[in-house]
Design a protein around this ligand. Structure first.
Ligand SMILES: [Ca+2]
Length: 148
């Protein structure tokens, strides 16, 4: 814009001047010296037109979709990254949670032990016991031998 002295050019703030905000949709306008920029919220990236924001694809997230979202056991949230399925943790949901040591699974059945498995944990009868209708019963090894 030319000032009244007809010699000085001053920056136009495209972000506030009426009708000059060229950013579209939810893109935020940022005024720069001599120009302006459009910035997208997390989970979206700027189109080639420099003015429109579009959602990240299913494999990217964050600011300008710059982070890879590779969730082994979970789903990608385009703003925050992997949201893991129960039993899984880590940036890529590839770390099994040990529900036994974190006491998320506590085995109350007598003579049973917690066994950590991928994505979960189960209660299993201790060695020498077998599950009989939800009760861990002592295996009579002597009887088993006789039956053979
Ligand atoms: Ca587990």
């Amino acid at each position: 814009m030319i000032e009244s002295d007809l010699q000085t050019c001053t920056d136009i703030n495209e972000c506030v001047e009426d009708g000059q905000n060229k950013c579209l949709g939810d893109a935020t306008c940022i005024n720069t010296e001599g120009s302006f920029l459009c910035e997208c919220p997390d989970g979206k990236q700027l189109e080639n037109d420099g003015r429109t924001c579009s959602e990240c694809d299913n494999y990217h997230y964050g600011r300008n979709c710059q982070y890879t979202c590779s969730c082994l056991n979970g789903v990608c949230d385009k703003r925050t990254g992997c949201v893991c399925d129960p039993g899984w943790a880590g940036t890529f949901c590839d770390i099994d949670i040990d529900e036994c040591s974190t006491e998320q699974v506590v085995c109350q059945m007598e003579n049973s032990v917690c066994v950590n498995i991928l994505g979960s944990a189960i209660c299993s009868c201790e060695i020498g016991y077998q599950n009989n209708s939800g009760v861990c019963q002592d295996i009579d090894e002597c009887d088993a031998v006789k039956a053979q």
